[in-house]
Design a protein around this ligand. Structure first.
Ligand code: THU
Length: 135
């Protein structure tokens, strides 16, 4: 299947804004909404490491804040040698709004991999209440 070029370009463009002084691993993410908007995000690290946020999480948070909740595809750009899939946490974040989303990840030299979220996260956690139990 043909890679979505404009989404890929948007992911590389926002990767330039990455704040990754600790890992040096820059990531850009571009989400495509079901109505064709492109919403981007990049990773933002912090001296308190756990406070860092992934590019995909930022993109989803920005999109939801702008009123978008339906996504068809996400492009991920990195400077790694191999196309890198999103981390486990980001897979869960994507699942919240777009269980059917297609994930396409790119290297600088044009290599890419494409998966459905369902392929990368076959057994997703779904919160179905506390089963009536209280503490
Ligand atoms: N990172 C992302 O932005 N997305 C991922 O899916 C994996 C990891 C970021 C977090 C951190 O800033 C850096 O990459 C190294 O883990």
């Amino acid at each position: 299947m043909k890679a979505n070029t404009s989404l890929k370009d948007a992911a590389f463009e926002v990767m330039e804004q990455s704040y990754a002084p600790y890992s040096g691993f820059r990531v850009g993410a571009a989400l495509c909404t079901s109505t064709g908007e492109v919403i981007t995000g990049t990773n933002v690290e912090n001296a308190s490491f756990p406070m860092s946020v992934c590019a995909e999480h930022v993109a989803v948070s920005r999109a939801v804040s702008m009123g978008f909740r339906n996504f068809t595809e996400i492009a991920i750009a990195t400077e790694a040698d191999r196309p890198t899939p999103p981390c486990g946490g980001c897979r869960q974040v994507l699942n919240e709004f777009a269980p059917e989303i297609v994930i396409c990840t790119f290297t600088r030299d044009g290599r890419n991999s494409r998966w459905t979220l369902r392929e990368l996260l076959p057994e997703v956690f779904v919160f179905e209440g506390a089963g009536g139990k209280t503490r």
